[in-house]
Structures are given as C-alpha cells and as structure tokens.
Design a protein around this ligand. Structure first.
Ligand SMILES: [Zn+2]
Length: 672
C-alpha cells in the first residue's frame, strides 16, 4: 500500500512545543532533536518522525526540518527549506543529510519518542535509530530484489526467443576449428613410427617427421601438427566460435561459444564447449542499429537466470582474458539466411572471413560496414588486407593525407588507383600502408614491381625514398637480394645486443643514407664492391665519418645532383611566380637567413632525400627569396614565407596550380 503524500502533508508539522529548560536543547553535541508519533494516515498506521534543528529549538523555533513518514513497506520524507517551501525525498533516515555521521548527531526528545520507534519497527534492537535503520535496510533490500527480479524476468523472456544452436556445430568444431595432431612414438630409425591421428581417430604410421612440425596425416590427409609422445607434455587448445542467428524481422543475435580441448589422454581428450556471451542487434526502419550484450554469469543461486546484462567484467585491461575475448572463428554456413533483409545483407562478412578463416571480431566488422559501406566492394574485389585495415584499423588515420578516401564511390576515388591497377592490387593484396607507398612510388615516376611490393608488404616497408634512391642504381631484384642478405647477417638476435638491425626497413634506411653520401663523395657506384658493401653498417659509418669540409662538399654535390635530376620535373612559371630547386647547400642556408626561418636545418634531410626543398620566387626577381616549400613523400607539407608567415593569397593560388599540375601530375591512370 502506497503512502498518500497529500494526506501526509496535513501531519507535517503538529505544532509541538518543547520545554526550553530541557537539557537536550543545550547539549552542544546534538544537532538534531527527533520527536515521534504514530498516526493513521489514509487507512494505514504510519510512524511519523519530526526532526528539528537543536539550535532553532533553543531559540524557541519549533518547526521540523524533515518530517519522515514510515510505513511498513515504504518511507518518504518531507523536507522544509529555509524559505518555507517543501519537497519530497526518498532517502533513508541515515542519508537525509549528506553527512555520514548524521544519525549520531540526532537524539530523541523523550524516552517515549524512542519506544514508539522500536515498537513500530519490530526489530530486535533496543536503540530506536538502529531499529529504524534495520527496517529501512530490509525495505531497500526487498526493493532491490524486486527490481532485479523484474530485470531478470525481462532477460528470461528475451532468452526464450533464442533458437537452438545449429545441429552440426560439434562437427564444425572438430573439423574446422580445433587443431589436430598426430601423436607418435619416436624411434631412431624415424621410419614407420607408430602414431595416432586426432583428425581421423586412427592409428597411423609416420616417417621422417619432427616434433612440432606441421604436415598432413598419411591416412586422412588432414592438416596436423606432429607431436612426439616423449616431448609433448600437456596440450591445451582454447578457441572461440561466433554463431549468428536470426531472432525476428529486425533482430539478430551473435552467440559466443568457448571451446577447450585438453589432450591428457590422446584418444579421449577432455572437451568443454559452452556458450558464454550473447549480443542482440536490433535495427529500426531508419537503419539505426543498437546492441544489447549479455554474458553468462556463474554461482548465484537466488537469480532466475544466469544471463547478466552488459559486457563481461574484466579485472585488468592489460591482461588477456579468454572468457571476455569476443574475437574468434565464425560459423559462416548460415550467414546468408541470417543477414537476408538486414542492414548487413551485403556486408560480405562471410566472404571476408573465408579469405583466410582466421579469428576475427565480427561485431566490429559489422559496425565498420555501417560506417564504410565500400567494404562490400573491397571484399568483392578480393582486396582483403585493405578491407581488414578498414574494419579493424585505427580510423584516426583516414585523413586526406593517407591517400585513402573511405567515402569514395569507386576504386579511383577510394584508393587513387583506377581499375587498370586491379590485377596488380589483387595479387599484392596491399594494406593501407602499402597503398600509400605505391602512390608515392607512382608519383615519383617509378614503375610498380609486383615482387618488390610483395616484399615490402611482407616486411612492413613503407618509405618510398628508401626504394627510390637504391633503384636508381640497380634492379628491384638485386635490391631485395642485397638487403635480405644484410638483414640475415646483421639483424638483432637479442634485446641486449648493441648495433644490428631491428627491421628490414632499418637496413634500407642505412642503405639510402650510404648511397646518398657515396654519390656526394663521387664514389664509383658502378663498382659492385662499392654498390654492395659486404658490411653495410661499417660502410655506412665510414662514409658519414668525414671532416666538416668534406661534408660540406658532399652535401653540395648531392644537392647539385638533385637539381639536375629534378629541376626539370618541378620547374614551373605562372601568374608571375616561379618554382626552382636549390643548387647548393649554401643556397638553402641563405634562404633561411633571408626569410628568418629554419629551412637551414633541413639540409641534411635534403641530402638524404627525406625531404625536397623548393623556392617560390617572383618570375622577374628569381634571386630574391620569397617563399620556401617542403615536399615529403610526394606531398607538399609546408610553405613558409618571411618569419614563417603563410604564403600570400597570390602565392597560394600559384602553389595550388603547381601542386595540381606538377606535383601530382604523373596520373595514376597512366602506368600499369
Ligand atoms: Zn588422420
């Protein structure tokens, strides 16, 4: 029965007086004085507690600040503000004021006031406040239980709609998901060793195999890993399987199945397969999608369902938690049906997964598809690596500078390559980084070499200048051969090793540096001992360890060389402005001095071909500094005038035309 607020108001202030000689009114430790009454309000017995400020009472003001109405199953409090206005409050007695010691600062006016409370509350305590707290705790706990049950009933109703798992699940797990083994007994002859295959559950004889080697079962021809019985120890495999199912016309569910296989007994592995999470996906007519995740909780007997709303709690984000991990294999056989007439009908999730059948986080793919519908085309074009980068990559990188436009309508708009490049793209299967590298190479006028690009993809090589400099002197094949050899010889084999290369790209960076310096030193790069030094690191350090005077000469020669190579390409005159390349290091230093900016510090980068510096000048006054431009990776990265000011509108207009007509001139459609 609810407490009737309107009727309660009549009992809010009974106008009680207090005896001003009562000791309580002068007790410093007491902040609040409580008086009580039991009333019949709206047909129920209600305990009423009047809470007065002691200081006010001592001054003869007897108006309660709070009047609490306590029924058997409910309580409510009327709060009176200083201005006389009132408001209702649902807090328990001890929380009436945001003061954790509130209760301790309260005292009952008379013994009868306290007795009334203990009698009404029917608790075992003699203390009035404790009796009240216990009654209110019990009421709150009951409310919490009811709320939880209501929620659990909703979850239960939702879970009733979930269909049974597809019938062939266990077969799929056995055949496609868990790894298989041939356990064999090693013998010195290595011939006809006795083994057992977990794929076909048969005794087999194997010859010439090694422990932990991958191969196929001689009987069933399934892919297996060979395990020597003497060495294998305990083998535990754990995997996740995602199963999508249709719930209704606007709802699908993805279910996460956890799989443990433990090979103690090789013929009879311990298996544990259970579902531990579900996520419902709904969509409305306007295409809004919402997710509703649940996880399987354990060990609470009082609950109606083990399913709990939300994501599985994890205790540490830095530690891998297999139970919470939703990346896994995909049950793909039903996907067409499940996604028919859904927002993901054309998402190509199945095709993307089937490209390599590696574990993935399908929900993330589906969310990415909603944002970048062109995932469909990338998968259809079999550009899986790119599709994966877009579905699972960091979207922060998709700016115009990456050369990738996720909102493009066709291949040219998305990647900057037209369809003539498609066969090459398909065989390279590039990721975003490689696409950028390819664009940079094409901009620099280089023919794209399939083998070289595959190599770059394999080793994560992404800097165009690292390829462009050596390729002036050799074929891609020779470059790869040399760099592979150097890496094999000098790669870091231990974290504690000083020197040595971490990555293939580091070898290339040193090699470019070496070649740039060698060009400046006018070494004979036709001589293969000079072109391919046996110890690159040593040779690199040697060409860099030169006197300042020698270095100045090398830098000047290298910059002169670049002038000869590139001035033709970049030179341009329009609107009364011209672009030119520096001839010497001195010219770059002077440009910095004339314009009071820091281009002088770029000489080294220019020499090593990491940047190109260009001067924009008035066509009729080409000796006079005006604006300095830096080109990096085939893109204009900065243009600075006097004291680092940006270019004037006229210069900017000139630069825009130059960028379009000259810098980005080698049309990507032209080659291939
Ligand atoms: Zn077999």
């Amino acid at each position: 029965m609810r407490i009737d607020k309107r009727k309660c108001r009549k009992f809010a202030d009974p106008g009680l007086k207090m005896n001003r000689n009562h000791g309580l009114l002068h007790a410093e430790k007491v902040k609040y004085i409580v008086r009580t009454a039991v009333k019949n309000i709206g047909g129920q017995r209600i305990l009423v507690l009047y809470v007065y400020l002691r200081e006010q009472a001592a001054d003869g003001i007897f108006i309660p600040v709070w009047t609490m109405f306590q029924g058997r199953t409910e309580y409510i409090t009327l709060f009176r503000k200083e201005d006389g206005s009132t408001s209702w409050n649902k807090a328990a007695f001890c929380n009436l004021k945001r003061d954790y010691d509130f209760g301790r600062h309260c005292a009952f006016y008379m013994a009868g006031d306290e007795e009334r409370v203990t009698r009404f509350c029917k608790q075992t305590a003699n203390n009035g406040f404790i009796s009240l707290y216990r009654l209110q705790d019990g009421i709150m706990e009951k409310r919490r239980r009811e709320r939880r049950q209501k929620k659990e009933k909703e979850i239960l109703a939702k879970m009733k709609l979930v269909p049974a798992l597809p019938r062939n699940i266990n077969r799929t797990i056995e055949r496609e998901i868990i790894p298989h083994y041939v356990f064999y007994t090693y013998s010195r002859k290595k011939k006809g060793m006795e083994g057992f295959c977990t794929a076909c559950s048969s005794e087999v004889l194997v010859t010439g195999v090694k422990h932990n080697e991958r191969g196929i079962c001689p009987l069933c021809k399934e892919a297996v890993t060979f395990k020597s019985r003497g060495k294998r120890g305990m083998i535990i495999d754990r995997e996740t399987l995602q199963i999508f199912q249709r719930i209704s016309s606007n709802e699908v569910i993805v279910r996460f199945i956890k799989i443990y296989y433990q090979y103690g007994d090789e013929k009879n592995p311990y298996k544990s397969i259970y579902e531990n999470a579900r996520t419902f996906l709904y969509w409305d007519d306007s295409g809004n999608i919402s997710e509703d995740p649940f996880y399987y909780g354990y060990g609470d007997r009082s609950s109606l369902t083990p399913w709990r709303a939300g994501d599985r709690p994890v205790f540490s984000y830095w530690r891998y938690n297999f139970e919470a991990d939703q990346t896994g294999f995909l049950y793909y056989k039903n996907l067409e049906k499940v996604f028919a007439d859904s927002p993901w009908q054309y998402s190509q999730l199945k095709e993307f997964y089937l490209a390599d059948q590696e574990p993935l986080y399908a929900l993330r793919y589906l969310a990415a598809y909603k944002r970048y519908p062109m995932l469909e085309y990338l998968v259809k074009l079999r550009l899986y690596h790119l599709a994966g980068n877009i579905a699972f990559g960091n979207h922060y990188y998709y700016n115009s500078d990456s050369g990738f436009n996720p909102n493009g309508k066709n291949l040219k708009e998305v990647l900057g390559f037209d369809k003539n490049y498609l066969p090459l793209l398909q065989s390279i299967n590039p990721g975003l980084e490689q696409i950028k590298l390819m664009r940079d190479l094409v901009h620099a006028g280089m023919e794209l070499n399939e083998e070289l690009l595959m190599w770059c993809g394999k080793f994560g090589i992404s800097r165009a200048e690292n390829l462009l400099v050596p390729l002036k002197h050799m074929t891609p094949h020779k470059l790869m051969k040399y760099v592979n050899e150097q890496y094999a010889k000098f790669c870091k084999k231990s974290l504690y090793q000083t020197g040595g290369y971490y990555r293939m790209e580091d070898v290339l960076t040193d090699y470019r540096d070496y070649l740039c310096m060698s060009e400046g030193l006018e070494l004979d790069l036709k001589n293969s001992f000079v072109l391919f030094p046996a110890d690159l690191k040593k040779a690199h350090d040697k060409v860099n360890d030169i006197s300042d005077k020698e270095q100045a000469l090398v830098y000047d020669r290298q910059i002169q060389k670049q002038f000869e190579e590139m001035n033709q390409q970049y030179h341009f005159v329009k609107y009364g402005y011209a672009v030119l390349l520096p001839h010497t290091a001195k010219e770059i230093l002077e440009e910095g001095q004339n314009l009071h900016h820091c281009v002088g510090g770029y000489v080294k980068q220019v020499v090593k071909r990491e940047s190109t510096i260009l001067f924009v000048r008035k066509a009729e006054a080409q000796e006079k500094s005006l604006c300095t431009v830096e080109i990096k990776n085939g893109r204009l990265v900065q243009a600075r005038c006097y004291k680092n000011e940006p270019p004037s509108p006229a210069v900017q207009r000139f630069l825009n035309v130059w960028e379009k007509k000259i810098l980005h001139a080698p049309a990507l459609a032209a080659a291939a």
